[in-house]
Design a protein around this ligand. Structure first.
Ligand SMILES: [Zn+2]
Length: 55
């Protein structure tokens, strides 16, 4: 699956609305949390300061 968005961090409201289906897939099974923005993702490359979830 080719992703259209690069990072969950700093996404604009309009972009979140436009790519909501894709965003749901990225956050459905969170393994990383951004230590700067508190966003979560299954892959660290979608966060600006990714940190592995320990829980
Ligand atoms: Zn971030």
């Amino acid at each position: 699956m080719k992703l259209k968005i690069k990072s969950l961090c700093g996404l604009k409201k309009a972009a979140i609305k436009e790519h909501f289906e894709e965003i749901q897939l990225l956050v459905a099974r969170p393994r990383y949390v951004c230590s700067k923005c508190a966003r979560v993702a299954g892959c660290g490359s979608h966060l600006c300061k990714a940190r592995k979830l320990s829980a």
